[in-house]
Each structure stands twice: as C-alpha cells, then as structure tokens.
Design a protein around this ligand. Structure first.
Ligand code: ATP
Ligand code: MG
Length: 299
C-alpha cells in the first residue's frame, strides 16, 4: 500500500485531549509505533498514521487536506469556522462526530463581587479572550457593543493586569477561576472533543477506513456506559422488571429448568447501572442478579 493511501489523523501533541485521543484509537484496535522524532505514530495493523501538532493548527491542516481527519475541541472548531468564513476561506472541513471527552464550556467570568445580570452587563466593557470570533458573535446576537481584547493565552490574569474588565475563557471545574478571584457569569458555548474531516474527496479505500473507524468509535463510546444484566424473575413480575432495566431494548427471556414460575432475563443496558437500580429490581422480585461489563459492541 503506497503512502498516499494511508489515513493521516491530526491529534494534539501534548495537552488535555492527547491521552484520551490516543486511548480512543487504541480501543478501536490500532496498534502503533512512535516515530523517533515523536511527531508521528505509525499504525502497524491499520493504514492510519497520527501526526502530533498544536490543537489550534488541527482545523487548518484538515481544511488544507494535509490530514484527512483531526480530533479537536468544538471550541477550536467553531472559532476557526467563523474565522475562515470571515476571510472567505472555502470549502471548510466537515464535522464527522462528537466524542465523549474534553468536556468544558466557554464562559464569561467576572471579578468576584461584580454584579452580572445578563449579557447587557457587558455593554461598553473590555472582555479578554482567545476566542474573539465566538465572543463577537455572542455579543452581536445580543445586540451588545463591547470591546473584544484578543489574547493568545493567560486570559485569566487580564483583569488583574488592567487589560480587561471581564474575560471569556474555557472552564471545566472552575478551579482556575477561583484561584484568580473570578466568578463564572454566563455560558457562551458548551464544548467537547470532535472529529473533523477534509473537505477534499478521499479515495474509496480511505473512505472505507474512515467508515470503519467511525463505526468502531461509536461502539467504543457505547460500551463505556453499557452493562450486561442477567437475573431471574417471577413470570408475573416480568413487565414491572423490564420497566426497571435502564436503557435496554428487547431483553432475552429464557425458561429456567425446573422452575416453571421463573424466567431468566438477559439484557444489554446502555446506561450506567447503579446500586439503586439493582435494589429496585430486587424489590420487584428479581433474584440472582449479575451485572457484567461489555467489552465490545458493534450495532
Ligand atoms: P496546545 O499547546 O495544543 O495549543 P492548549 O493549551 O491550547 O494546547 P489545552 O489546554 O490542552 O490546549 O486544551 C485543549 C482542549 O481541551 C481545549 O481546546 C478544550 O476543547 C478542552 N478542554 C477541556 N477542559 C478544559 C479546560 N478546563 N480548560 C481548557 N480546555 C479544556
Ligand atoms: Mg491551543
């Protein structure tokens, strides 16, 4: 297989998305070796290589067809999309699917003790951010005139330095805000990691691998929450017990040898199964309840 027929995937080199993204590819069955320069990983059992770059560069690399796929936060995707649109760049990259990690939100934060009612409180203020396009759209949609102060990092110290009144930055736990005496005031955008793909048509071979990869990712994401439940249930309680099984479609019902009034119920539950659920099932008459992890799933 020649080099051009191998899928090239851009991942963040070192940061919050790196470990989860590599782990995801490994769970999809990819075995890889890392290049000497640490800038690439070569897939050993799939025609797929990984290129490690700064997350801000990922949308450009994919838009320019240097990479076929990229994994990056929706916040970066949206900021780039708006900036490309403003500059008339086309065609844009495509968003393939969202992933279940990298969750955070882009929020307005104000110095502790500042009163904030709604976006109108931003009128005439200076707001520091690394997401000028998303913030400008937020202000425009609310008809608020304010000054957007674009920074490349360390936004949280802008109010203390007197560079801005408020900030618009990424938050997950909020501990960075607390450390800087800032309070979260309003969410501008929710974010999580996502996969984007090149706008340039790819070969049938690559298309096939992109399809296989997305199917496997879908399976990996589904099994994380899924459990296989097995239990014994009195026949007359079956309807009630089925209602208590979280996120399960058609369970398998089997007769139990020598116990005519009881059946075995097996079901894949696509939601997390908590102790409360098991206690509820037991209360409804179920016995011999077993909960097993699901390793792989292909819908
Ligand atoms: P790079 O050197 O690649 O440019 P970075 O400093 O821009 O790295 P990270 O801080 O590693 O980026 O964050 C990468 C992505 O992780 C963010 O764009 C966002 O989508 C997601 N993320 C999740 N939680 C947070 C958080 N609390 N703060 C910042 N980003 C977060
Ligand atoms: Mg970055």
């Amino acid at each position: 297989m020649d080099k051009s027929s191998r899928l090239k995937v851009a991942l963040q080199k070192s940061g919050r998305l790196t470990e989860n993204s590599l782990d995801l590819l490994a769970r999809c069955g990819l075995k890889y070796s890392r290049g000497k320069d640490q800038l690439m990983c070569y897939g050993e059992n799939m025609p797929l290589d990984v290129l490690f770059v700064r997350d801000d560069d990922i949308p450009d690399l994919v838009q320019q067809d240097v990479c076929d796929l990229g994994i990056v936060g929706l916040n970066v995707i949206e900021e780039k999309r708006l900036s490309f649109q403003t500059r008339g760049v086309s065609p844009l990259f495509e968003q393939v699917m969202v992933l279940d990690y990298g969750k955070c939100r882009l929020s307005i934060a104000v110095p502790d003790g500042t009163e904030y009612k709604d976006a109108s409180s931003l009128r005439g203020k200076r707001i520091a951010t690394t997401y000028p396009n998303i913030l400008a759209r937020f202000l425009r949609e609310r008809d608020v005139q304010a000054e957007v102060v674009t920074m490349s990092g360390a936004v949280e110290i802008a109010p203390r330095l007197g560079r801005a009144d408020f900030i618009c930055d990424l938050v997950s736990t909020g501990s960075t805000l607390i450390a800087n005496h800032l309070s979260e005031a309003e969410t501008v955008m929710e974010s999580q990691a996502a996969i984007i793909s090149t706008p340039v048509p790819v070969t049938m071979e690559k298309q096939e691998w992109i399809h296989r990869l997305t199917m496997r990712i879908d399976g990996v994401q589904q099994v994380k929450e899924s459990k296989y439940i097995m239990l014994h249930a009195p026949r007359e309680k079956l309807a009630e017990i089925r209602k208590l099984l979280p996120g399960s479609e058609s369970p398998t019902i089997m007769p139990l040898d020598g116990a005519g009034d009881k059946v075995a119920v097996h079901a894949v539950c696509r939601e997390n199964v908590f102790w409360e659920t098991l206690e509820g099932l037991k209360g409804a008459g179920a016995s011999a309840i077993l909960v097993l992890p699901v390793e792989k799933m292909l819908a």
